[in-house]
Design a protein around this ligand. Structure first.
Ligand SMILES: Cc1cc2nc3c(=O)[nH]c(=O)nc-3n(C[C@H](O)[C@H](O)[C@H](O)COP(=O)(O)OP(=O)(O)OC[C@H]3O[C@@H](n4cnc5c(N)ncnc54)[C@H](O)[C@@H]3O)c2cc1C
Length: 536
């Protein structure tokens, strides 16, 4: 890379224009920092720009899933409790009308490399239009879903119909009416596509490797009157005081110690609440204790079974023996998911017992030799989550150290905010933070505040370089994994553990100590003068 002038062009370059990038840009600008956001999307919204597949909608109800800034919420009203992608995009347009962020955002541009120059204490950031820009700070708001994962199906590139990963959906949409469609994967995105297009396609083939334990969304319209703005300030205060940045908390009791009758009564209560309550508002030991976990699973199964007519489909969708522990994969919320399988045009294929062997120009062949002819093949196959997007950028820190090499065998960060040897590079909604276990907007604000406050404090002290200490990140890694190991998550192959990606190290990618504990830890570092960091 070329030479660097003494004063960088920017105080901060922020990669990503979702909740994290928007919040950080706004707050840094207010604090007088000169910033540029770079995003390969064509508009604001991050994942909500990319994931515009049919049925895409949020799993955290509003107004929890929005910014806490009164200037933004005071005159914004949603039409549904769990808004769809179109309305979330309208929300981001509303945010733009208030904050005027776009004047400092470069869209349709991908950051491909970044290199730290130790002599001038600047990052040089290279984009896919072969431009280089210098900045003091590099802030990665790349989200956990920036790198889609597509398993290597033989012949996939020969498919002659339309084939698409859910997170790279064409902006103009795909017409499913009367088509023969196949879908691989049934996590959050797959489920949403299935229940949306199932009623309109000629035939839908769902290739399922393991069932999703879908919970009732309890979607409904929202009137203006129901959006009582006088409660919002308290609500946004409350969401910073819970484990997952929402309005519910784990019950401080163990399912295992409860009499059957009381346990079932409580399960019924949180089942009726709907949304994420049956996952994040349940007994505290469901995610730790195998027996408690089985109680939750069997309660869930008892609710789902009566909705599925065909006993063979029922056993695949809700097996008598749980194939993995309840809650150890991302909870999925459904509206009519199980009823869709009662339609004659929806076929469920057990892709574990009968895996896909080949994709051919006109369809998909399974191990039993059956070809299912398809016009559309949807790949709802998830993500190289949390670290994948960051490691897609060729990032070089001090002495040219590559982040890809540093994290090849495991992730190291201090507090999920910085990684040693990569000074002035901050992470938001990234590895070893609360990330996948935290409401997106809440996490953006908590970590965004730390970034802004840290930069302010460094500036106040007349310093220009902040770095994590190696011993601090080793300790943080141990803690993140210790807390993770005390749960049932390591028993399940999942994005949370990195084990959905062949060759990716198995490790806990998220901090499971909860947002309250996390916030206390990160804010105290600034108050105490940056223990675990070096400031120069
Ligand atoms: C389908 C889906 C549904 C979700 N539903 C929920 C939910 O209900 N509740 C919840 O809390 N969270 C949900 N999430 C998680 C969601 O990621 C967060 O809520 C939140 O949107 C994260 O915001 P962010 O700014 O951190 O990242 P993102 O919104 O992911 O934005 C990151 C942006 O950075 C860009 N980027 C990445 N790398 C580069 C690069 N090298 N160069 C240029 N640009 C780059 C990406 O393209 C993207 O536009 C969902 C995620 C998905 C995929």
């Amino acid at each position: 890379m070329g030479s660097i002038s003494a004063t960088p062009a920017y105080d901060a370059i922020i990669v990503g224009g979702g909740f994290g990038g928007c919040y950080t840009l706004h707050k840094l600008r207010e604090a007088g920092f000169k910033c540029l956001v770079i995003d390969d999307a064509g508009d604001l919204g991050g994942v909500w720009y990319w994931n515009c597949y049919p049925g895409a909608r949020v799993d955290t109800k509003v107004p929890l899933y929005e910014f806490s800034d009164e200037n933004i919420w005071k005159d914004w009203f949603w039409s549904e409790k769990y808004p769809g992608v179109s309305e979330i995009r309208e929300y981001f347009a509303h945010v733009e009308s208030k904050l005027h962020l776009k004047k400092d955002i470069l869209f349709n541009t991908r950051v491909v490399a970044a290199e730290f120059d130790e002599s001038s204490i600047q990052w040089k950031v290279k984009t896919d239009d072969s431009t280089e820009r210098s900045t003091r700070y590099l802030i990665l708001c790349t989200g956990f879903a920036a790198k889609p994962y597509i398993p290597k199906f033989r012949g996939l590139d020969t498919f002659a119909g339309i084939s698409c990963h859910t997170s790279k959906w064409p902006q103009g949409g795909i017409d499913f009416k009367g088509k023969r469609a196949g879908i691989i994967g049934n996590g959050s995105s797959g489920l949403q596509v299935i229940q949306e297009v199932g009623p309109e396609v000629a035939h839908l083939a769902v290739f399922q490797r393991s069932p999703t334990y879908a919970l009732p969304m309890r979607q409904g319209p929202l009137t203006k009157k129901e959006q009582d703005k006088s409660t919002y300030s308290d609500l946004y205060e409350l969401r910073r005081q819970t484990f997952a940045g929402i309005d519910t908390e784990f019950r401080p009791k163990n399912a295992i110690e409860e009499p059957d009758e009381e346990r079932n009564r409580f399960f019924q209560e949180i089942w009726e609440e709907g949304g994420l309550s049956f996952w994040l508002g349940t007994y505290q030991d469901v995610i730790r204790n195998k027996e408690s976990n089985r109680h939750a699973y069997h309660f869930w199964r008892s609710k789902v079974l009566p909705r599925i007519k065909d006993p063979k489909k029922a056993e695949l969708l809700a097996p008598a023996d749980p194939p993995y522990y309840f809650g150890t994969r991302r909870a999925t919320l459904e509206q009519r998911y199980y009823e869709v399988y009662n339609q004659g045009n929806v076929e469920l294929i057990d892709a574990k017992a009968n895996p896909i062997t080949e994709v051919v120009p006109n369809g998909v062949i399974t191990a039993d030799g059956v070809l299912r002819e398809l016009d559309i093949l949807v790949l709802a196959t998830g993500f190289d989550s949390v670290t994948g997007g960051i490691l897609s950028i060729d990032i070089r820190g001090c002495k040219g150290e590559s982040l890809q090499t540093k994290w090849a065998k495991g992730t190291y960060t201090n507090l999920g905010l910085m990684t040693a040897g990569f000074p002035n590079m901050m992470l938001l909604y990234g590895p070893q933070g609360p990330t996948s276990f935290c409401n997106g907007p809440t996490c953006a604000e908590v970590q965004g505040d730390w970034i802004v406050n840290a930069m302010l404090r460094v500036r106040e002290h007349g310093k220009i370089r902040l770095d994590a200490k190696r011993e601090a990140e080793e300790e943080w890694r141990v803690l993140v994994n210790q807390i993770g190991d005390a749960t049932l998550l390591p028993f399940t192959n999942s994005e949370y553990m990195g084990t959905n990606i062949p060759g990716k190290p198995k490790e806990m990618l998220n901090y499971l100590g909860g947002l309250v504990d996390y916030t206390r830890r990160i804010t105290s570092t600034i108050a105490m003068g940056f223990p675990g960091f070096t400031v120069h």
